[in-house]
Every structure is written in structure tokens, then in C-alpha cells.
Design a protein around this ligand. Structure first.
Ligand code: NI
Length: 136
């Protein structure tokens, strides 16, 4: 059930908020505020080492000695946390891997950190999301 409430804030802060809403193509302030609060809930789930979902993406050079093998071996070590992996051959050298993960926040972050630190991995990121159970 939706409940209404009134928010007071400084004009400058509201201007900032309205620019944010415009930049992100929100239809109205309510939807933007709901998403900001959901974002905060997701942060809290990750901090509390809850059961979470996320997406790890990495770009690496498959010519780097044994890197492909190391990336695959590491993922086998986390088979319980990996939902799926998609591999894209971007060009002659570069591969993009997108890994959907589900597990304890600490485990998932551990996998992302290990992949990021591998020599030859050019870019890696972890997008933190939620299982949705506690997300209203
Ligand atoms: Ni490839």
C-alpha cells in the first residue's frame, strides 16, 4: 500500500535532486526517492553479508599466459555461487566475461576481488544487487 508523506528540504538540495531525476529519466520524485532507498537497502544487505545477487564483468587478454585457464579454475572453485557465465570474444585479443553470482556477499566479493587482481585482467567491476526478498 502506498503512503504519502511530505518532505521539506533546502531549495539547493531540491534543485540537485530534480537534476538527478532529469538525468536518470525518472518520471517523478517519488520513483526516484524509492530507488534511492532501495539502493541503500542493497548496500546494507552487502555490508551485513546477506544472501545477495550480483554481476561481475571483466575484460582480459586471452593471450596472457594461462590467464584463461586461471579465470576458469577460479570460477570452478566458486561453482556454488555462480549462476551463469557468458563469454564474448571482443576482438583478436580481448575477451569479455559476464558472471551472474548468487551467494553470501563476502564470498561473491571475494570472487570479484580475486578476478580483478589477476594479471592481464584489464577491467573488472562488480554490480551489487539483491535477491529481491527484502526489497520492497
Ligand atoms: Ni574470448
Amino acid at each position: 500500500m502506498l503512503k504519502r508523506f511530505t518532505v521539506s528540504m533546502e531549495e539547493d538540495l531540491l534543485d540537485d535532486f530534480d537534476r538527478f531525476i532529469q538525468d536518470r529519466h525518472y518520471k517523478n520524485r517519488s520513483e526516484a526517492l524509492r530507488d534511492l532507498i532501495r539502493g541503500r537497502s542493497i548496500e546494507k544487505e552487502w555490508q551485513a553479508d546477506k544472501d545477495v545477487m550480483g554481476v561481475i564483468s571483466l575484460v582480459y587478454d586471452h593471450h596472457q599466459h594461462k590467464l584463461q585457464e586461471k579465470v576458469t579454475n577460479l570460477q570452478h572453485g566458486f561453482h556454488s555461487q555462480i549462476v551463469s557465465t557468458t563469454h564474448v570474444h571482443m576482438d583478436h585479443h580481448n575477451c569479455l566475461e559476464v558472471i551472474i553470482v548468487h551467494g553470501k556477499a563476502g564470498e561473491v566479493r571475494g570472487l570479484a576481488d580475486s578476478l580483478t587482481a589477476m594479471r592481464g585482467v584489464r577491467n573488472a567491476s562488480l554490480s551489487m544487487s539483491s535477491t529481491g526478498k527484502d526489497l520492497h
